[in-house]
Design a protein around this ligand. Structure first.
Ligand code: SF4
Length: 186
């Protein structure tokens, strides 16, 4: 089973075009300035089989692809390979993934197999004090989609109760400002 923190069924700031984004639960890297510290713990959040996630993805319309984020997707690589393979075998969707691993740390199977299915990988330990947050881009030479990673885009989704969910790369000031607006709303 894949342990998932949360899902966004249609995001526009986590890769090329409209994407189904899965934030996995559990990360060992504890990077400086990580925007998703809630995903570090290895507690069980929501469990899905790879095929359940595949069905959710294919029920969405107008998707360009899927993005794996975290938490650390490659710490659940064994089952994530099954999802990635099914996506590539049965759809034209592209796959983009974030990882805290360096590229030269992804040399074992099934990490190498998962990389085969990823079109664009944003990799390396996140460090908010460094340019581009210390993240690098790898484009799969056989990939269909060369996302030119831009870590300035921000997306705000409002639920039916008016609660804001931020996605992308908001800085601390922006997050605080949204929090103040949320706290002050009637
Ligand atoms: S790898 Fe990603 S989720 Fe994990 S601590 Fe670093 S930035 Fe956060």
């Amino acid at each position: 089973m894949l342990n998932v923190s949360h899902i966004e069924t249609g995001s526009y700031v986590n890769g090329t075009g409209k994407r189904f984004v899965i934030w996995f639960q559990g990360c060992k890297f504890h990077c400086k300035g990580c925007g998703n510290p809630d995903t570090w713990s290895f507690e069980t959040k929501t469990l899905y089989t790879p095929h359940e996630l595949f069905n959710m993805i294919t029920n969405e319309s107008d998707l360009i692809g899927i993005t794996f984020s975290g938490g650390e997707p490659f710490l659940q690589v064994k089952e994530l390979v099954d999802l990635a393979k099914e996506i590539k075998d049965c759809t034209n969707l592209t796959i983009q993934s974030f990882t805290g691993f360096e590229l030269d740390e992804l040399v074992e199977e099934p990490q190498k197999e998962l990389l085969q299915y990823v079109d664009t990988l944003i990799y390396g330990r996140f460090d908010s004090s460094k340019p581009q947050n210390n993240q690098k881009i790898w484009h799969n030479p056989k990939g269909k989609d060369n996302w030119e990673f831009n870590n300035t885009d921000i997306e705000i989704d409002l639920d039916i109760n008016g609660n804001a969910n931020l996605s992308g790369f908001p800085d601390k000031e922006f997050i605080e400002m949204v929090k103040v607006i949320q706290d002050e709303r009637i």
